[in-house]
Design a protein around this ligand. Sequence first.
Ligand code: ASP
Ligand code: MG
Length: 442
Amino acid sequence: MNDHQTWKQVLEIIKQYEYPVVVVSATANTTRKLIEAANLAAENNLEKAHVIAESIKSRHLDLVHRFLHENPHPKKNLIKESCEKKLNEKTGLLNKLLTYTDKVGELTPQMKDAIASIGEQISSYLLAQCGLATDQLTQFVDARKIIKTDDSYGKANPNFGLISQRINSLETIMDGGFTPVIGGFYGEANDGTITTLGFEGSDYSASLIGGALHAQAIEIWTDVSGVYTSDPRYISKAQPIAELSYYDATEMAFFGSKVLHPSTLKPAQERNIPVWVKNMFKPEDAGTKIVRDAHHNRKALAISFKDDIVLLTVSAYETIMGFNFLTKVFNVLESYRLAVDAVNTTEASVTIALKKPEHLNEITRSFIEIGTVEVEKQKGLISIIGCNFSSSKDFISEIFSTIQNVDLDMISFTKEKNILNIAVPKNDLIATAESIHNQLFG
Ligand code: ASP
Ligand code: MG
């Protein structure tokens, strides 16, 4: 489907609702391109950066022209002109930010957010205009007016109090019979600078707004038919999960399930608002419903996996680790701000699985002060989330019998969260994950 056809489809979906509020992300790949341009500018490759800016502009121009061509409207010229004006304005702004970045020779977090948010600044305005062209009463609202945040650029924390104050302006628009269209992903700090909420931040914006409005439901319309039992791009038999609890869905987001921003469910959960994940290209597919109490009788919820994992084993110099051995290990991790994916301990050692960090050598040297260190690279980590041991008395043997021939590097289990982690050589990762998946989900 072309961009303009996708938007037509999106507008058709919006039409089905009585009082919708629309939160839109950037067109596919635009955020990634914007960040690429920003990085190029920081490396003094300004010309290439401008070329990307120009391509983003022409893609959106093309989108609008085709949309208006296929959906002719008496006000067509007016709509076209206002879209072109907005696109010129935003591309002009983008080019200025890129030139600035080239001059200072580095990409500051603040500048990165200002640039990355342009995709949503553009898409929200243009989608609202395309809505008018199909006689829908859509109205653009700048997300900066609603999504107030702190100034943690790249991963800003929303100011819930201010957001719920600002939400009135949306209610006024809806009372007037209009459908607000807001760009997801970005907001504004106290000092008026643009911030972003992090990767997949549009979902989070939608949930923040839905929560503040006490919406009946929050729906995430994406390009897959829900939250899957595993990543369908790699595991051919992965299937959408019909119902999930907030808790399980949050766990899954954290463990690398692709669809949700880890914070997305919080505002919904607080108000007990159901969250749906639906496929905009296959709206007839059931999708996934996320609610407070979801019951399932499957053997597990899902399987996620990560490649590029390193296993670091630190062994105490003495044969038995002292009482503060683990504290020292975790202090090192904290000082490098490293999130650990799985941990295993023995009497005198600890093994940590984590995404291969940038400064691995430096980190290793810090550990040598605590004990002897062994580093194993090129590992993968499989997490079986929501293990349901009562579903089958042979649960464990079912899993391990399917992967008998794989060299297992580490196994850890947390009862609290019912997550079983298995580290394997990176080259065996997908095949192993697939065997376990098919064993558990049939
Ligand atoms: N465009 C942003 C991203 O890719 C936000 C989103 O799509 O949710 O992270
Ligand atoms: Mg998205």
